[in-house]
Design a protein around this ligand. Structure first.
Ligand code: THU
Length: 389
């Protein structure tokens, strides 16, 4: 039974990775080294020292870590105040408190940074039973030390603690410590999180149902496990739509634009009927597009919608789709064909939004736009027995 929650901080409570990245790139720019944002990726979640020195090593420059960290934090403190907590953080913490769980903050970051973050999201140290920061441990994540220390400081064995993490190194640390790990897909893709060993994957803490007791939390967790003891994705079981990166309207606009652009590449020498589609991954908020591609053997033609879905799976692995946009020349705009709906059923929820628009609407002119919930278009999809909820 889970009796305690161990929260990682960056990327779990606050979307601070872009903030620290911005601060770190400004620091390197100030010392005259041009670095790329991808340079930092291997060091996310591994503590400030690796984060700065790892990139410095890559460019063959030696930096004074203490001095570098001071500059980094002063830049960080300025940028962080514009960020609030990630979606669902306050609700989840208040549920956990009500349920009588013990709570720890366990971050490889320095105490100064943890304090800046807590201020930025409206929490204080007293909201946690225990706070472990980078200073208290010698070996950083992916070593298990921080989670072992945090759980034992609360008087709980690691096996009774659930770690909430967003980073590969952190998931490994939590699993090595003997904890259960729930990953949120704010920083890495769902498939990367599952591969790193996460027991559960959520789009954000906002996707976590409300619970009132330790038993209820246990029930939610066991209900989300699949037969192979892994997170269940696919037919009707994907997580709530959530886009950590953009607001709903901005995401729809982006999906329409990308579907419209993809349509320009449609290969349609036979029908001359061009279609563009775009889907949004519910876990990452990323948009993937596709166009229709016809074939001399007509039946081998692939529709735009399936092309977009396959593109998403190719990039993210098994995902959930929160939104589909189809751009066609028809008025009213054409819905996806039955084959595409069946393929979509595998990766969507009943309430996945399907927006159909014509070319004029996509170009920002007075055009046609209709929106449906997925279940209105295909109320009775075929779902393989083992995939039914
Ligand atoms: N098409 C799509 O791309 N999506 C649909 O849902 C219906 C049909 C394409 C396939 C073919 O290239 C052309 O439209 C005419 O059927």
């Amino acid at each position: 039974m889970i009796e305690g929650i161990l929260f990682d901080m960056d990327g779990v409570l606050i979307d601070s990775e872009p903030v620290i990245l911005h601060a770190a790139m400004t620091y390197f720019e100030r010392i005259g080294v041009t670095v790329q944002s991808e340079d930092f990726t291997p060091f996310i979640g591994a503590g400030d020292k690796r984060f700065l020195c790892g990139v410095a090593e890559k460019y063959g420059v030696s930096i004074d870590f203490e001095e570098a960290r001071e500059t980094l934090f002063s830049l960080y403190a300025t940028y962080a105040m514009d960020r609030g907590p990630l979606e669902g953080v306050h609700r989840f913490i208040s549920n956990a408190r009500k349920a009588g769980l013990k709570l720890a903050l366990a971050t490889s970051a320095a105490r100064t940074k943890a304090e800046i973050n807590l201020r930025a999201i409206g929490l204080t140290e007293s909201d946690f039973d225990c706070m472990v920061t980078g200073e208290s441990i010698k070996r950083n994540k992916p070593n298990p030390d921080i989670y072992q220390l945090a759980s034992l400081s609360m008087g709980l064995p690691p096996q009774e603690c659930l770690v909430i993490e967003d980073a590969i190194n952190g998931i490994r640390a939590g699993k090595q410590a003997g904890c259960s790990v729930c990953a949120v897909a704010t920083t890495f893709s769902v498939s990367e999180l599952v591969d790193a060993g996460a027991d559960y994957v959520l789009s954000s803490l906002d996707a976590f149902e409300d619970f009132n007791s330790i038993e209820e939390l246990g029930m939610i967790l066991s209900a989300s496990k699949g037969k192979d003891d892994r997170v269940v994705y696919g037919a009707n079981k994907i997580l709530e739509a959530s886009s950590p990166l953009r607001g709903e309207q901005a995401l729809l606009d982006l999906a329409i634009e990308q579907a419209y652009e993809a349509r320009k590449n449609a290969y349609t020498p036979y029908s001359k009927y061009k279609v563009g589609a775009a889907v949004v991954s519910s876990a990452t908020g990323r948009v993937y597009s596709g166009c229709n591609v016809e074939n001399s053997s007509y039946g081998a033609t692939i529709c735009a919608e399936r092309n977009a879905i396959l593109n998403a799976i190719t990039n993210e692995g098994t995902i959930g789709i929160s939104l589909l946009v189809v751009v066609s020349e028809d008025v009213p705009p054409a819905p996806p064909c039955a084959q595409c709906l069946q393929v979509l059923a595998e990766f969507s929820r009943k309430d996945t939004a399907v927006h159909l628009v014509d070319v004029a609407y996509a170009e920002g002119r007075k055009g046609s736009h209709v929106a449906y919930r997925f279940e209105e278009l295909l109320p009775h999809p075929f779902i393989f027995p083992t995939m039914r909820s």
